[in-house]
Design a protein. Sequence first.
Length: 216
Amino acid sequence: MQLERMDAFFYAKAEIYDSHMLKELQLEVFYKEIAECFPAGNAEPALLDLGIGTGLELERLFAKFPGLKVTGIDISQGMLDLLYKKYPDKNITALCGSYFDIDFGKDKYDFALSTYSLHHFGEAKKTKLYRKVFDALRRDGIYVEGDYTCKTPEEQEKYIKESEQLYNKNNIPEGFYHYDIPFTAEMQMKLFKSAGFSDVKIIREWENTSIIKARK
Ligand SMILES: C[S@@+](CC[C@H](N)C(=O)[O-])C[C@H]1O[C@@H](n2cnc3c(N)ncnc32)[C@H](O)[C@@H]1O
């Protein structure tokens, strides 16, 4: 199997990323559903975006909330350069680094979002991260995650085992390589609840992708 480092993988793909996602994978509907998850009403909501990339998920959110204040985290500077080029006049603070290392602060955000980024990581890392997201949200804040999921616990187990073997064999930390470990939507919901979220709901499910919404 040809493996690539996570940061190098996204750096190399940055220029073709948007057309791959929108045209080849036809993800317009996905991003439309993502925007609909966030309730209208707040004129200038603060959003934390984990793995913001080139910000495909933001176009409809800016249309719905013109005063949206975005803090986006991404490990790939190439993706962030394109993000700034795409939204030159929007209120975006982009931090280049890993969302596992960066401090999110407490009670700072109305919304948090992650699209197509967290399926590279295992249970322990995600659990800690969801607690950080929970703490970073204000009361009644909304977290939405749209990501690859698998259908059965058996498939999930297979991905987890393969990734553990890969990382143990090469003696490298999890998430170093671009390698997919999709969980079932049910497992994701369990992780959100154990981080403290309530009102955890599947908003939409496709063959290999789910959108899940949770409330602080
Ligand atoms: C498939 S892209 C998704 C980008 C965007 N959210 C979207 O929906 O188009 C995944 C992004 O997650 C970023 N990423 C992967 N691991 C990360 C980490 N540990 N910390 C921050 N960003 C990470 C990658 O650099 C990449 O830009």
